[in-house]
Design a protein around this ligand. Structure first.
Ligand code: C2O
Ligand code: CU
Ligand code: CU
Length: 483
């Protein structure tokens, strides 16, 4: 066991009273964590880059590379990262700007880099069709055409997404726009506005990240017992302001997190995957599945430490144990932050009556299937098959069904959708916004609505898939063209 024996008591409306801390976890004897003392470390904040300007285009240079990361003092873990050994820089973009990203691959193997949440032409999407071979550079170019949001990027190579992300290949994209410029939200990067890539990993006895799938991990996805926050184990953050904005990304392969504050206080969610909610939503627990993002504002009190924790709700397949993602340590005196506005934005709500097409997607996991363990509508992903053809400038409703025993976070490329209902019930306030991932619980039917705009391509498809990366790699993915 580790030196960290503090326990935190959370009074939650959802879960009642639970003790939370690293010490509360049972760690099997094969785990690395049983053999070392883990000491808290300052949170690593990924480098922020605005790129460089070249003839009116913002240009970003990113290199996929292998390296060594010291997650635990004195232990050298082989990892991969972007412009570094683990994770990558935060790419700052602005709505309306033209951008070009030079993606260089130095991994020694094929990969791709996908812009998750971005509305863009399919050929620039970085999905399984835009393979970047070792030693090659791929340079997608597009115009940022969406509202301020916290997006992210990660590899998307057929059958290899899970492994590449597990090794550390992921990073965030922050889009800003004129609307957020004047909202007075905390926005000083690394000070009162921090990106938090939340993950969990399993380390072998010699502190390596091994990616060997068992029958169980193919079925349940890869998860681990060590929480990583921007790649930091037992991270702490010295806060200097009364309000802290956290851009949360669930960057795990397969774990749904239930995020809460160790003091049981409420916090405010201000944004979903695709940007601002219309108004802040007060929460005690935020459920965030793989691929989802949320921006939250936490009120701090001088000198009073509070932790961002994952609580286990024993709901379906949460996977992750109870653990601590971030120890927030407010200084003895804090700079006063601005009040949170009551109104953040206005969303152009899509109307059910505007939809001209309804499609149904059934998310299936069945060990009995000969062709693989995961499928959509009975079909395992085939890169040579187009599953759906959508007409540009139309609005569609997609019915997502889950006849399986597990939850599946369903993701669609190119669009931000809105949730119409879950089993006929309207979505909760904090899901009532622009989304690109939606969790579909067992035996649930979720209806979402979206409009396909701007881009059409008869050859390059977009993907839709489960964002449990092992399910995606096992074939719970399909392709659609927008024509
Ligand atoms: Cu986050 Cu198809 O991806
Ligand atoms: Cu995506
Ligand atoms: Cu799934």
């Amino acid at each position: 066991m580790t030196k960290l024996t503090r326990r935190y008591v959370l009074k939650s409306a959802v879960s009642g009273s639970v003790a939370v801390g690293l010490a509360a976890i049972y760690w099997p004897s094969s785990s690395f964590a049983n053999h070392v003392n883990i000491l808290p470390k300052p949170l690593f904040v990924p480098l922020q880059t605005h790129g460089r300007e070249d003839n009116g285009v913002q240009v970003y240079d990113v290199t996929l590379q292998n390296g060594v990361t010291e997650f635990f003092d004195g232990y050298h873990t082989r990892t991969s990262g972007i412009n570094g050994s683990y994770l990558g820089p935060t790419l700052m973009m602005r709505n309306g700007n033209s951008v070009r990203i030079n993606v260089a691959n130095q991994l020694g193997e094929d990969s791709t880099l996908h812009w998750h949440g971005m509305h863009l032409p399919a050929a620039q999407d970085g999905g399984p069709h835009q393979v970047v071979a070792h030693d090659q550079v791929w340079s997608p170019e597009f115009t940022v055409k969406q509202k301020a949001a916290s997006l992210w990027y990660h590899p998307h190579l057929m059958g290899k997404t899970g492994e590449h992300v597990w090794r550390g290949l992921a990073g965030m994209v922050i889009i800003e726009d004129e609307e957020t410029d004047v909202l007075n939200l905390p926005s000083e990067y690394g000070v009162d506005d921090i990106p938090l890539v939340l993950q969990d990993r399993w380390f072998t006895k010699d502190a390596q990240l091994s990616y060997k799938l068992s029958m169980h991990s193919k079925m349940m996805g890869m998860s681990g017992n060590i929480p990583l926050t921007n790649g930091t184990v037992l991270a702490y953050f010295d806060a200097t302001t009364t309000r802290l904005r956290m851009r949360l990304l669930n960057g795990s392969n397969a774990s749904t997190y239930n995020l809460a504050l160790s003091n049981g206080h409420d916090f405010s969610q201000i944004a979903t995957d695709g940007g601002l909610l219309e108004s802040p939503v007060s929460l005690k627990v935020l459920r965030l599945s793989p691929g989802e993002r949320a921006e939250i504002i936490v009120d701090l009190q001088a000198g009073k430490a509070v932790n961002l924790i994952n609580v286990s709700l024993n709901q379906g397949d949460d996977n992750a144990p109870q653990f601590n993602f971030l120890d927030i340590r407010p200084q003895a005196s804090l700079v006063a932050s601005d009040e949170l506005p009551d109104l953040l934005t206005q969303i152009d709500w899509l109307k059910e009556s505007d939809a001209t097409v309804t499609r149904t997607f059934s998310l299936e996991t069945s060990m009995a299937m000969m062709s693989g363990g995961a499928s959509i509508n009975g079909k395992v992903m085939d890169i040579g098959r187009i599953d759906e053809v959508v007409k540009r400038d139309t609005t569609e409703i997609w019915r997502l069904r889950n006849p399986s025993m597990m939850t599946h976070p369903f993701h669609i490329h190119d669009v931000q959708f809105q949730i119409l209902d879950r089993n006929g019930q309207p979505p909760t306030a904090n899901e009532n916004g622009r989304k690109d991932v939606v969790l579909v619980h067992p035996h649930e039917e979720v209806r979402i609505i979206m409009r396909f705009e701007d881009y059409a391509d008869e050859h390059a498809p977009f993907m839709y898939h489960c964002h449990i990366l092992e399910h995606e790699d096992e074939g719970m993915m399909g392709q659609f063209l927008v024509v």
